[in-house]
Design a protein around this ligand. Sequence first.
Ligand code: FES
Ligand code: FES
Length: 156
Amino acid sequence: MQTVSMNVNGEPKSGEVEDRTLLVEFLREHLRLTGTHVGCDTSQCGACVVHVNGVSVKSCTMLAVQADGGDVTTIEGLANNGELHPMQQAFKDNHGLQCGFCTPGMVMSAIDIVNRNGSDVDEATVRKELEGNICRCTGYHNIVKAVHAGAKNMGG
Ligand code: FES
Ligand code: FES
């Protein structure tokens, strides 16, 4: 066992983990941040995406010890004083979800896509970059619409 410490959603957090503890386990089971989902055991679904040091990461593919000393943002950290992040609002407004299971990972990936590609990111890029996020409900069309709307909102 060893102690890891990281800033999670702007607050310092630490805990005792095993070498093999995944970041997603640390977030869900130690910190009870259960908005980050686990949808597979093959690193394919993207339901577990969080940001580590500002970049999207599948938190089932990273050890908690690898995030030691880092800045982690989960879906719980996006809203500001009860106001949804522009990307969350865009998913709501554009019906970018049905069951909602994939949504935390979709939103975290979408924000990273906009951060890296700018608010006028084209549809082909959005579709290509969301390949690592699987949705079993929506058929993706409204998710892509939501990402574009969120991109505009994030751009101000
Ligand atoms: Fe499916 Fe991480 S839980 S990719
Ligand atoms: Fe159900 Fe995407 S909304 S899996």
